[in-house]
Design a protein around this ligand. Structure first.
Ligand code: CO
Length: 152
């Protein structure tokens, strides 16, 4: 495994809409998944999107209670009307924080690293992380929608 270099804002890679991964191609990304997990942990992140390591594909890594999990082609299928504000940062925007409004609860469908279709329900911080990371796949950064954006 290796720790990958992070793409730092501003960079066009962070602004592109990333492409879906064909299900039959998921197995080709085993090493990338391992490296992204290691990179996220090494940088003390709780989420990491593939564009942040220079790959415009729809893959995110999210820290869960069971450790880091890979989500390919994640899609939010349902979300609570209830939203809440919370502070966010981003490994691609070092030292910058701000408050972002996110849905409190979401339902997400995705494929895991073994190309199995999965569903998950998340709320609170986990829901926030997934929404932040999926935004990355659409070229959106938290500073685009946040308030009180500030340097730490
Ligand atoms: Co981010």
């Amino acid at each position: 495994m290796s720790i990958l270099a992070l793409v730092i804002h501003p960079n066009d890679i962070l602004r592109a809409v990333s492409g879906a991964v064909p299900i039959e191609a998921i197995k080709n990304y085993r090493q990338l998944v391992l490296d992204m997990k290691e990179t996220m942990i090494a940088r003390r992140g709780i989420g990491l999107a593939a564009p942040q390591v220079g790959q415009n594909i729809r893959l995110i890594i999210v820290q869960t209670k069971d450790g880091p999990q890979a989500l390919f082609n994640p899609e939010i299928k349902d979300s609570s009307e209830d939203q809440e504000w919370g502070e966010e940062g981003c490994l691609s925007i070092p030292g910058v924080f701000g408050d972002v409004e996110r849905h409190k609860k979401i339902q997400c469908e995705y494929f895991n690293e073994f190309a199995e279709p999965k569903k998950l329900e998340a709320e609170g911080l986990m829901a926030r992380v997934i929404q932040h990371e999926i935004d990355h796949l659409n070229g959106i950064l938290f500073i685009d929608k946040g308030k009180n954006i500030h340097q730490n």
